[in-house]
Ligand binder design. Structure first.
Ligand SMILES: Cc1cc2nc3c(=O)[nH]c(=O)nc-3n(C[C@H](O)[C@H](O)[C@H](O)COP(=O)(O)OP(=O)(O)OC[C@H]3O[C@@H](n4cnc5c(N)ncnc54)[C@H](O)[C@@H]3O)c2cc1C
Length: 326
């Protein structure tokens, strides 16, 4: 086997899982990430009161036994903690609760562990992949070359994958056909604990999809004096607010929350984020790997089920790449 140098574009769960498998298979991996850190939609936001999950709040078991096995292994290794949030609906009725898995000290911590052994280059937005002399040349958004590689994997959300995958037009067409949906997340920190009798509130609400008590999660390093809540908005509401000024969006989410739970206390800190590609409406894709060009793609737009889909698509692709290079 010849040791390959692989570039992975995107340090979310899919990119991190793929990088981890390739490193364990004896290959050299460089991961390019446009943001300041890894995690993608598992990102956390640092506030004065500690960091809180800004993206997916947890990982949960699905009916995929391999994925569940992976979660259990990470739990046994102490990398994930189990948590059973107390759940109710927006009318206050208790709902069935499912055990979930949390990374430490926030969800992005999982990607940091998976990326150990790979070289992570943050703050670098890859703009093009160009075949050159039997290798693949990457350029950044200023058209500067950032390296040549034996293989490249695009692990970004579908819309951001389209221009990168122009090098394999049939993959670009697949990515372009995927519909994504936005989601606003508002983190609010309060100086006194709120009297909401649940860790997770779900159900019918015109603005809010989920209300999560971030401070109730075990293994967090938030200070004990503050109470942090994460508010996720409904897809339909989120889409209608994309053109609105941020302060107006924030005010509407905050008011919806305070009114819903009759809270008179005002938050001491807030953090608003819009996930333009929060989720994808996905039909399973065939494996996206072009063995002649050595270009592939993975991510939650390739397999259904959010995080489970991101993981599955990365695992399948890693299996194929490692088998081919064995
Ligand atoms: C608010 C919210 C709540 C969610 N809740 C759940 C849940 O409860 N359960 C669940 O299963 N899923 C949930 N999800 C979805 C889940 O987070 C995603 O399915 C999963 O994290 C996707 O992982 P990924 O690696 O495919 O993509 P991402 O996490 O999006 O990673 C892609 C990375 O690529 C980077 N990137 C993009 N373009 C470039 C470029 N040109 N150059 C370099 N880097 C680039 C991005 O910055 C990003 O870090 C939620 C998502 C959000 C936003």
């Amino acid at each position: 086997m010849r040791n390959k140098h692989v570039a992975v574009i995107g340090a979310g769960l899919a990119g991190a899982v793929l990088a981890n498998r390739l490193v364990q298979g004896g290959h050299r991996v460089t991961v390019f990430e446009k943001s300041r850190g890894s995690g993608g939609r598992l990102a956390a936001s640092r506030m004065e009161q500690g960091s809180a999950d800004l993206g997916a709040p947890w990982l949960e078991a699905t009916d995929d036994a391999h994925y569940c096995g992976w979660l259990s292994r990470l739990r046994d290794e102490g990398l994930l903690l189990e948590w059973q949030p107390r759940v109710c609906d927006f009318d206050g009725y208790p709902q069935r609760s499912q055990r979930v898995y949390l990374a430490r000290p926030s969800m992005s911590g999982l990607t940091r562990v998976l990326l150990e052994g790979a070289r992570l280059q943050t703050g670098t937005r890859v703009d093009t992949i160009w075949p050159e002399d039997e290798q693949l040349l990457l350029r950044d958004e200023k058209w500067q070359p950032i390296g040549t590689f034996d293989a490249v994997v695009v692990a970004t959300p579908a819309s951001q994958a389209v221009p990168l995958l122009e090098v394999v037009p049939r993959f670009a067409r697949r990515a372009a056909a995927v519909v994504s949906a936005p989601c606003w997340v508002l983190l609010l920190a309060f100086s006194e604990p709120l009297t909401i009798d649940a860790d997770l509130v779900v159900g019918e609400h015109p603005v809010l999809a989920r209300v999560i008590h971030d401070s109730a999660k075990p293994g967090r390093n938030t200070d004990d004096e503050h109470d942090i809540w994460a508010l996720h908005t409904r897809i339909s509401w989120s889409a209608g607010m994309l053109e609105q000024p941020q302060d107006q969006v924030e005010r509407q989410i905050r008011e919806a929350f305070l009114q819903q739970f009759s809270i008179s206390q005002l938050p001491v800190t807030s953090r608003l984020h819009c996930w333009l590609y929060g989720s994808h409406a996905v039909r399973p894709q065939p494996l996206l790997w072009d063995r002649h060009l050595a270009v592939g793609a993975c991510g939650d737009w390739c397999q259904p089920d959010g995080l489970a889909g991101a993981w599955q698509s990365a695992e399948r692709l890693a299996d194929r790449m490692l088998a081919e290079w064995a």
